[in-house]
Design a binder for this molecule. Structure first.
Ligand code: NAD
Ligand code: MG
Length: 387
């Protein structure tokens, strides 16, 4: 019998999630094929990926990358450039599933565009939900598509909820590794370098999310992501530090039962689950041997040393465009820290100060979100220029 393969659009194919997803496709070519690859500027890697996966479309974001690929790739592959093009190509009828794995709020428009065209989504780009969760989830419901979390914590919760009635959930518990500075006293934070902050103990990820993990902004974003994905009040979503990253998250039910999903810290598992949904895909894996982890530890997060966590709860409670501003201020601060323009602790101060100055829209449209995003970026950049 002829098997129909799932046709994938991989947005952010040159990144950490994108390349791991392509490894999955490479190992299961009987199930998946690539229809669209897209990335910002890394045309050399995109060229290699195109040679291997033979997509029908490639979309890039810079002119250099566009000209490079136009010259090197054959006519069977259509190459285009820019966000408007990506938003169009992602709607092509051939695509079955879109892996949204661009980093930052740049992922919002193509994700929304794919949802509007009734595409099923595997969501790694958590910033889409941080920026515009209300809008995104409203469209997901309207279009009745599969909206599948790739983030390991949310994949864990999603897997724990299979076969459960959502009315029976009493609490979600998101686990956090705590990042490299979980035991560092606050007085030493001023000495943290970019190299220190990029040295995550358990996960190898892109630079931006690695810094977000070091400040715990990532966990704040995951709280917001869980709020929109699973529809619980923030009062019923707890965060617990679990340095071993073996339990990926937990769900507590109204009868006192708690389910957890476990595994080694490897993004292949949640990527595979989202790409394969509703099936589990047979795949080579390194087994979790609990004897190697005879002691699993848990502790409460410290919102004093990591104030971004407190801000995430506050912005979520305030609603409107608050979390959009939180994301924009954070993106600019992280980028300035990575460029060595500001210190680690300055990121905390800048995000808080930007939130105080940013505009607020209570019931925002997509245009409002994009406007607030761009205005908050200006506010944060201006604050940085004064440091
Ligand atoms: P990364 O920096 O490694 O890769 C980002 C990708 O986005 C690259 O392919 C880049 O070319 C593309 N990109 C960036 N800006 C773009 C733009 N303006 N237009 C088009 N493409 C653009 O990032 P990552 O670590 O793979 O993370 C991607 C997303 O997945 C993030 O939202 C992150 O929070 C989320 N996530 C990542 C991990 C992980 O293990 N890496 C885990 C959970 C969630
Ligand atoms: Mg995560």
């Amino acid at each position: 019998m002829l098997k129909i393969k799932k046709k994938l659009a991989i947005l952010g194919s040159t990144g950490s999630i994108g390349t791991q997803a392509l490894t999955v496709v490479k190992n299961r070519p009987d199930i998946f094929e690539v229809f669209l690859l897209s990335a910002n500027s890394n045309c050399e890697l995109l060229y290699e990926q195109s040679q291997v996966f033979k997509p029908k479309h490639v979309v890039v974001n810079t002119e250099r990358a566009y000209l490079f690929l136009k010259k090197k790739l054959g006519r069977e592959i259509t190459i285009s450039m820019g966000m408007n093009q990506l938003c169009e190509v992602v709607q092509l009828p051939e695509i079955d599933l879109v892996l949204s794995a661009i980093v930052g709020s740049a992922g919002l428009r193509p994700t929304v565009s794919a949802i509007l065209a009734n595409k099923n989504i595997a969501l790694a780009n958590k910033e889409s939900l941080v920026v515009a969760g209300e809008l995104v989830m409203r469209l997901v419901k309207e279009k009745n598509i599969d909206f599948l979390p790739v983030d390991s914590e949310h994949s864990a919760i999603f897997q724990c909820l299979v076969g459960e009635n959502s009315e029976n959930i009493s609490r979600l518990i998101l686990t956090a590794s705590g990042g490299p500075f979980i035991n560092l006293p606050q007085k030493k934070f001023k000495n943290i370098t970019v190299v220190d902050a990029l040295n995550h103990p358990n996960w190898k990820m892109g630079n931006k999310i690695t810094i977000d993990s070091a400040t715990l902004m990532n966990k704040g974003f995951e709280l917001i992501e869980a709020y929109w994905l699973f529809g619980l009040s923030e009062k019923n979503i707890d965060i617990i530090i679990h340095p071993e990253s073996i339990i990926h998250s937990l769900v507590e039910f109204v009868d006192g039962s708690t389910k957890a999903q476990m595994g080694l810290p490897d993004m292949t598992t949640p990527i595979l689950y989202a790409l394969g949904f509703p099936n589990r895909i047979k795949y080579p894996f390194k087994a979790l041997d609990l004897v190697d982890y005879s002691k699993l530890t848990f502790l409460d997060p410290d919102k004093l040393r990591f104030p971004h966590l407190r801000l995430a709860y506050e912005c979520l409670a305030k609603g409107g465009t608050s979390t959009c501003s939180l994301n924009a201020a954070n993106e600019i601060s992280v980028s300035a820290f990575l460029n060595k323009e500001i210190s680690f602790v300055n990121m905390f101060k800048l995000v808080e100060m930007s939130l105080e100055k940013s505009i607020f829209v209570n019931d925002p449209s997509l245009e409002d979100y994009l406007y607030v995003d761009s205005e908050t970026r200006k506010i944060t950049s201006e604050l940085i220029s004064k440091i």
